[in-house]
Design a protein around this ligand. Structure first.
Ligand SMILES: [Fe+2]
Length: 380
């Protein structure tokens, strides 16, 4: 229930329920519903065009809006009370895609969302379920992929566009004669996130298994955010070091020399873990101050050893016709070695950014698809 409004020089105090909340006049003027063009849905009000800082002469509640009149403008602004409640509760407008991460451990494998490609492509409920799993769990398996290159493109395009990398739009994970990457051998592949050497490391990774008849080569995944939280609980100082400093990564060949700095543990402004960056085979010579390395290296080693514990690691065999999709900033992946002569193993991969994932989920959520209900069987 809304009670009192008290005007002051630069803003007003509005009591929402029992609690008074302060709102700045610039912010209120900018939040007026008339500032957004209904056709383009873009902002058409420029607060820098005001001759003086805005100052309310009166403010009152009308229905479910706060109304304000202004000292230097012949307009009456209208701000939804729902927005004021959201700001007073969390400091930001409601975002349906801001779902809490559900951290997972080694026993998570049976719970990984498995969604048929036809559902993702042709059912809003299926697509919402796919998006929600990627936001909450960071991983989902799309089953029953149509064969062929276009199949992977069609899947990615339910979320956005394919993001190119140094290897182009797609990469092929199979044994190559002159490999440019450890992934393109039959050897084991240590746990890592992809392409930290690029300015913007890829957001989502897609690995479409086209063929897998070899002995060995089990796929390995872990939730980097769960490992980071375990480090925070065990050694908060080590966590703080890895979350505070960027370290260098490279990707270097005859015709390439990519270099970028990344943070091993990524956090948001609220201090929540949003992801990790790990790639020891692409890690460059550390360039932090030598004295800082006295504490940084032991913290880093502790994190790597924690990550190697079996309690975090999910292990399964990639099945032909499945596509594993995961958040490359959170889910750390690797592969056990395999016997190259025992059969064929071929995965086709690509990336897209996570902005498209969240955008897709917000649009679906607005239409009533929150991703919790399983889809009715889609007809392709
Ligand atoms: Fe990889």
């Amino acid at each position: 229930m809304t009670d009192t409004i008290a005007l002051s020089d630069r803003g007003l105090t509005l009591t929402l329920g029992e609690t008074p909340h302060y709102f700045n006049y610039f912010w209120l003027r900018d939040a007026c519903t008339s500032c957004i063009d209904p056709q383009t849905r873009e902002r058409i009000f420029d607060c820098s065009a005001l001759p003086n800082p805005p100052r309310a002469t009166a403010a009152w509640i009308e229905g479910d809006h706060l109304r304000l009149s202004w000292q230097d403008e012949a307009v009456v602004s209208s701000v939804p009370l729902s927005l004021l409640h959201e700001i007073s509760a969390t400091g930001r407008p409601h975002d349906p895609a801001d779902l809490p991460r559900r951290l997972w451990m080694a026993d998570f494998e049976p719970q990984i969302a498995r969604i048929p490609q036809a559902d993702v492509l042709h059912s809003d409920a299926g697509r919402a379920q796919f998006c929600r799993a990627l936001i909450e769990d960071g991983i989902a398996i799309v089953t029953g992929m149509e064969p062929g290159k276009e199949s992977l493109t069609a899947l990615v395009e339910t979320l956005g566009s394919i993001s190119p990398s140094a290897e182009g739009y797609f990469f092929e994970v199979r044994v190559e004669i002159a490999p440019t990457n450890l992934a393109f051998t039959a050897g084991p592949l240590e746990m890592h996130t992809d392409l930290p050497s690029e300015e913007a490391a890829p957001g989502l990774q897609f690995l479409h298994c086209l063929e897998n008849t070899v002995e060995g080569g089990m796929s390995l995944f872990l939730d980097g955010a769960a490992v980071a939280e375990a480090l925070r609980a065990e050694d908060p100082d080590a966590f703080a070091l890895l979350a505070a400093h960027d370290i260098p990564f490279f990707y270097r060949h005859d015709h390439l020399d990519y270099r970028a700095h990344q943070r091993v543990i990524e956090t948001d402004p609220q201090g929540r873990v949003t992801g990790v960056t790990i790639s020891q085979h692409l890690q460059d010579t550390l360039d932090l101050p030598q004295e800082l390395l006295d504490t940084y290296y032991p913290a880093f080693v502790k994190f790597i050893r924690l990550m190697q514990q079996d309690r975090f690691r999910v292990r399964f065999r990639s099945q032909a016709g499945n596509c594993v999709v995961f958040d490359n900033h959170r889910i750390v992946h690797g592969r056990e070695g395999y016997v190259a002569e025992s059969g064929k193993r071929h995965l086709r991969g690509c990336y897209c950014d996570r902005g498209g994932l969240r955008s897709t989920y917000r649009v679906l959520a607005k239409q009533g698809y929150d991703g919790l209900a399983a889809p009715a069987r889609a007809t392709a």
